[in-house]
Design a protein around this ligand. Structure first.
Ligand code: SUG
Length: 416
């Protein structure tokens, strides 16, 4: 049994559009009404996956969910008086951000030695709350091997749960037992606090984690108000390293101490506010990065291109690469179509530590499958979507046929 960290990227769906649906997500709000480019968006996503496949030797993916979602549309009782956001919700391609698909506790951390997954209920936002039934169905296929995986029910919807975007894991190596850190927000600020403390605690219990190896930390309300709607907008972890903005947590030093008490080998790389302001960190998504261990044992930070274009952020990255810290490489990737909806490289992936041989192979990427995905996307995806196109018959046909083409190409008919 060889445990490895596998990044499961969400394939961008053919209905990718900018409807400005996410309150507290500044990119989503500021691109509201823009024309989107689903084909380009999906190809950017596949290119990112290809890069990581080459770097890390392993890569998985999850599929777009069926859109438009007629089940949701029917429940919204449209009569022409409803707000445009309600009309757009059933078309959202937001399942591409698989960091919000589920919270994952790998086998070495759990009581029964299985990898546990709890699909996120995403109740705070209507367009995201529609995801979990289909996400759960897909996770039950991808991780259907009951000897190695347990896919749970969602957290009861009273409590908001946004999945792995608010969860970090510290360990010596991915295959060894880890300390799981759950970050939650407290309501009462300008924007919704999407991850509730009770959800985090429930997930930890449900996964059978050792209470001594769990840490619960409050997000900085100032960061939420500045647009850090998930903790992964202001920090990211890999193995023993925490890469974080200095204003990520309500009590920054208290957060480090709490993690250190459970995981003494913690190494913190803190970016001070005078090097990169909270606003610039959120604008460029420096922390919405994939922090990965390369085969030579060094760590690389895979950041959005926007980081290279920011004087303060790039100057920090250059200093970091030249320094003695654990992060030796910073690699920009172009995910601009996703970024304009507030989704960076880290939002686009769900990390699962497991033996790749226990995963449904149809969801594992190799070069040939990346070619197949690119070809299918190029042939079937809409070139562009204007917000006025939603609910037109021609767009609906196009979007439904494009997803069906993916399922057919990959032989995943049961998710039709
Ligand atoms: O939930 N954007 C997503 C972005 C999710 C990013 N994920 C992580 N940080 N892990 C969200 O706010 C925008 C969709 C729209 O406005 O149409 C959106 O849902």
């Amino acid at each position: 049994m060889s445990l490895q960290e596998i990044n499961f990227d969400g394939l961008v769906g053919p209905s990718h559009n900018y409807a400005g649906l996410s309150l507290g997500n500044i990119a989503s709000a500021s691109h509201k009404g823009d024309t989107s480019y689903p084909k380009a968006a999906a190809l950017q996503g596949v290119a990112k996956m290809r890069g990581n496949l080459e770097r890390l030797g392993v890569q998985g993916f999850l599929l777009p969910l069926p859109r438009p979602n007629h089940r949701l549309a029917e429940r919204l009782a449209y009569d022409g008086t409803e707000a445009p956001a309600l009309r757009a919700a059933p078309w959202s391609a937001s399942s591409m951000w698989t960091a919000n698909a589920a919270t994952v506790s790998p086998a070495p951390d759990t009581k029964d030695g299985k990898c546990h997954l709890t699909p996120a209920n995403l109740v705070t936002m209507l367009h995201r709350a529609q995801e979990w039934p289909d996400t759960k169905r897909m996770l039950e296929v991808v991780f259907g091997d009951r000897d190695h995986f347990a896919v749970h029910d969602i957290v009861p919807p009273t409590f908001g749960d946004e999945g792995a975007a608010n969860h970090m894991r510290f360990c010596e190596g991915h295959g060894s037992a880890g300390v799981e850190v759950f970050v939650y927000g407290r309501p009462g600020g300008k924007f919704p606090a999407r991850q509730h403390e009770q959800s985090s605690r429930l997930v930890a219990r449900q996964h059978g984690l050792d209470p001594e190896k769990c840490v619960f930390i409050e997000q900085n309300p100032v960061a939420i108000d500045a647009g850090a709607f998930h903790n992964d907008v202001v920090s990211v972890a890999n193995e023993r390293v925490l890469f974080t903005h200095a204003e990520a947590f309500a009590d920054q030093q208290g957060a480090y101490n709490a993690i250190l008490a459970a995981f003494p080998d913690l190494e913190v790389v803190e970016v001070p506010s005078d090097a990169v302001s909270l606003e610039e960190a959120i604008r460029t998504y420096l922390f919405n990065a994939q922090l990965v261990t390369l085969p030579d044992g060094t760590m690389a930070l895979i950041v959005p291109e926007e980081c290279r274009e920011s004087a303060s952020v790039w100057a920090y990255c250059e200093r970091m690469m030249a320094g003695n810290g654990p992060i030796k490489h910073v690699i920009p990737v172009d995910v601009r179509q996703s970024m304009a909806n507030g989704g960076g490289p880290a939002c686009l992936r769900l990390r699962v530590v497991c033996d790749p041989a226990t995963v449904d192979p149809r969801f594992m990427l190799d070069e040939a499958k990346a070619d197949l995905l690119e070809k299918t996307i190029a042939e079937h995806y809409p070139e562009q979507i204007d917000p006025d196109d939603l609910w037109t018959e021609s767009l609906e046909k196009h979007v439904v046929a494009a997803r069906q083409a993916l399922l057919t190409a990959l032989g995943i008919g049961e998710l039709a």
